[in-house]
Design a protein around this ligand. Structure first.
Ligand code: MG
Length: 392
């Protein structure tokens, strides 16, 4: 038994949409509206707690990707009947006790925000615990001037919009109370009407105004635009630079690879200028600070530090934010030693630390035509750019 279950009535035919399929089966990208809507509730409540009531003749639901959600052929002649039949079936299956909460949500509201669903449940629990209401509904305050017309379409009445709301879904009540109310009032257009007619109170919880009910073809276009916006991949670019002095008596470690050379790189850590530039590029792309902040060079903890460990730690910080690496491109400016033979090993090492393919790591060594500190072999410098991606 679960504390909160969801009922989605999805037995209508949505004739106003003028679509070839019932409107809950209109597709947005690869998913139907019902899959998108039910998916929102499943993410909040768990798929096994979502009950979908379809028409007994439904020919589409069986082909959908609804995970472990329950599809019941409990559709009735009206929305209220479908809700009542589906809820009774869920209760009979042991899914909910009379005091458990039920969310009833329109299949045609795929844009409901998960945060609004959570606020609704919280508010309903509080009202029920205090005895101040039987439950709650999501609603949108009316911003437009509202008027009623006569049968001929002429304005006949100004309606004060103070405290006027467009009632949306989900609506949240206790299972037992809702079943009783719907049995007594089978002709209502929403659950809160049945609750009110049975003497119960419903509190309003304001939700995002985008929680529209898809009714007209223009609504479907709006939903399509919203999902397109949400499904867009995010891209971020980061840039890193580093330089280290060349000195006798130090190891020459670059890209995590120890390279034979008469001089080595000096610094607080192992002075791997290539890994430092890559580390900074990653941190920069994700706006997570920089290598000097994460690993201060006056901190004894990082004296002689293995820069491979620092890069891995920095990458973990960035990856935690959901970023993935598309590619890394680096330049190393060093008059000596010859670095091209070591490029595959360096790319392999960097790719290994970051868990990406070596093919995604490019390293281009250059001399500096004997110009500047690199050309005079006083030091070397490095640059790296990284592209991060985040899927929605
Ligand atoms: Mg450095």
């Amino acid at each position: 038994m679960s504390e909160v279950i969801a009922i989605i009535p999805a037995a209508g035919c949505g004739s106003r949409m003028k679509a070839a399929v019932p409107k809950q089966y209109i597709k947005f990208g690869r998913s139907t509206m019902l899959e998108l809507t039910a998916g929102k509730l499943a993410r909040v409540l768990g798929a096994e707690n979502v009950y979908i009531g379809v028409s007994p003749e439904d020919a589409y639901a069986a082909d959908l990707d609804l995970k472990s959600m329950h599809v019941l052929r409990t559709g009735g002649a009206t929305r209220a009947q479908t809700v009542a039949n589906t809820l009774r079936a869920a209760i009979e299956a042991g899914a909910a006790g009379k005091d458990d909460l039920v969310l009833v949500h329109d299949a045609a509201r795929p844009l409901v925000e998960e945060s609004d669903i959570c606020r609704l449940i919280k508010a309903a629990k509080e009202h029920i615990a205090r005895g101040t209401a039987s439950g709650c509904v999501l609603a949108i305050a009316v911003a437009d001037t509202v008027k009623r017309t006569d049968a001929q379409g002429f304005v006949s009445e100004d309606i004060d919009r103070t405290r006027l709301y467009r009632i949306a879904t989900p609506q949240c009540f206790r299972a037992g109370e809702l079943v009783r109310a719907l049995a007594q009032h089978p002709d209502v257009t929403d659950e809160s009407s049945a609750i009110r007619l049975s003497g119960g109170k419903t509190a309003v919880v304001e939700c995002a105004p985008t929680n529209i009910k898809v009714t007209q073809p223009a609504d479907a276009d709006f939903v399509r635009q919203q999902f397109l916006k949400e499904s867009r991949m995010q891209l971020r670019v980061g840039y890193g630079y580093d330089s280290h002095r060349l000195e006798a008596g130090r190891k020459f470690i670059l890209g995590g690879v120890e390279i034979e050379h008469s001089l080595g790189l000096s610094g607080h850590s192992d002075a791997d200028a290539l890994l430092h530039a890559v580390t900074d590029a990653l941190l920069g792309a994700a706006n997570c600070g920089n290598i000097g902040i994460l690993f201060p060079d006056n901190d004894p903890a990082f004296k002689g530090a293995d820069s491979k460990v620092l890069l891995k730690k920095a990458w973990e910080t960035v990856a935690q934010k959901g970023w993935q690496i598309a590619n890394i491109d680096c330049v190393v400016i060093a008059q000596k030693p010859k670095l091209n033979p070591h490029v595959p090993a360096m790319a392999q090492t960097i790719a290994g630390i970051l868990g990406i393919e070596p093919e995604a790591v490019s390293i281009k060594p250059k001399t500096n035509e004997k110009l500047g500190f690199e050309g005079k072999e006083e030091g070397i410098s490095t640059r790296a750019v990284v592209l991060l991606t985040k899927m929605p």
